[in-house]
Design a protein around this ligand. Structure first.
Ligand code: ASP
Length: 341
């Protein structure tokens, strides 16, 4: 039997030293995990911001329509707040809110998605985790009821970030998502918008949905889901599924979801640039968002919602309105459509 006295040795290294090295490595490993462990403690502070699209929104819409929009936004915000207040993560809240919107026919995501010029629906979505910079996105899916969930699966189950068209639809089936016929997304409202568009009466139809959150663990997340723009060419991909354009999250700065003319958001890398103004110029979230919306984009292009890790938030737009809402752990719960008077 080998005695484990302090004089014992393995390959000439005294046993005492081996024990010390072992304890040191345990300490180093523990230190390495410390930030994660700390991040798991609940701070009691959370913020959630949602949007249901920006564009030409007439203030003279019938009261019943207005009330229906307010009710839907309230419902969506309530769903997200409940997840965060219950200790859920920002990623969970974003997905749950956007899944709700994808079933509400008033919004341009899932059921109620706009039509392409070919009279079909091609859906885009993205989700991003600000803690890890992990992200997933899908573009041009035609048979997926919940594109936001498929985007999250791309993030979790593949080494890729963006899957498009048949490949994305096939991946959904592989993940066990039951395909829906393309007509599942049809609504009479979007059909008449396509008819107007064909008669050259073009307006920016709103209804893209987005959600950004700060959870109690200090982590940010962003997600966006959309049918794109009415009358878009088949094959057109907008800003929403492009990380850094319509969707972006980074714990160091902010989480952003945009809505508007996607091409302008892509040209100006809106999500990434709001983050960059904060990271490299030290701007506040509100100033960075204001600069991009009012000095970089043009009037009528759209809006963004954003939140930073302190829980400060922005909901800014250069259109007549943006369906939006914000709630936080201090009891704030606000729904808005037009500019604050
Ligand atoms: N940004 C979306 C797109 O261009 C549309 C929107 O937000 O209304 O696809």
């Amino acid at each position: 039997m080998i005695g484990l006295s302090s004089e014992s040795s393995v390959s000439g290294i005294p046993f005492r030293k081996i024990v010390k090295l072992f304890l040191l490595s345990v300490l180093i490993a523990a230190a390495g995990f410390a930030p994660t462990a700390a991040a798991q403690e609940r701070s009691g502070k959370y913020t959630i911001v949602i949007h249901g699209g920006a564009g030409t929104i007439s203030e003279s819409m019938p009261e019943s329509v207005k009330a229906a929009y307010y009710a839907s936004l309230k419902k969506a915000l309530g769903i997200g707040r409940e997840v965060l207040a219950g200790g859920g993560t920002s990623m969970q809240a974003v997905e749950k809110v956007l899944r709700y919107f994808e079933t509400d026919p008033k919004f341009n995501a899932g059921i109620g998605a706009v039509f392409t010029s070919a009279g079909k629906h091609e859906l885009d979505a993205a989700i991003m985790d600000g803690a890890t910079l992990k992200c997933g996105a899908v573009a041009g899916v035609e048979h997926v009821a919940h594109p936001i969930t498929l985007a999250k699966l791309v993030m979790e189950k593949t080494p890729h970030i963006l899957l498009a068209y048949q490949g994305a639809d096939a991946f959904a089936v592989k993940m066990g998502m039951k395909p829906v016929p393309n007509s599942y997304f049809d609504t009479p409202q979007r059909k008449s918008e396509l008819e107007m568009w064909m008669k050259q009466i073009k307006s920016h139809d709103h209804g893209t949905v987005g959600c950004v959150c700060l959870d109690e663990y200090g982590n940010l997340a962003a997600g966006t889901s959309t049918g794109g723009l009415t009358g878009k060419l088949p094959g057109r991909i907008g800003d929403s599924p492009l990380v850094g354009d319509g969707t972006y999250a980074n714990n160091q700065t902010c989480a952003v979801s945009g809505t508007g003319i996607g091409e302008e958001y892509m040209r100006n890398a809106v999500g990434f640039n709001i983050n960059a103004l904060m990271a490299y110029k030290g701007m506040s979230l509100k100033d960075a968002v204001h600069h991009i919306i009012h000095d970089v984009l043009k009037p009528g292009d759209g809006g963004v919602i954003a939140v930073d890790r302190k829980g400060d938030y922005a909901m800014d737009f250069n259109t007549t309105g943006m369906f939006r809402g914000v709630a936080n752990s201090d009891g704030l719960f606000e729904i808005r459509i037009w500019k604050d008077k």
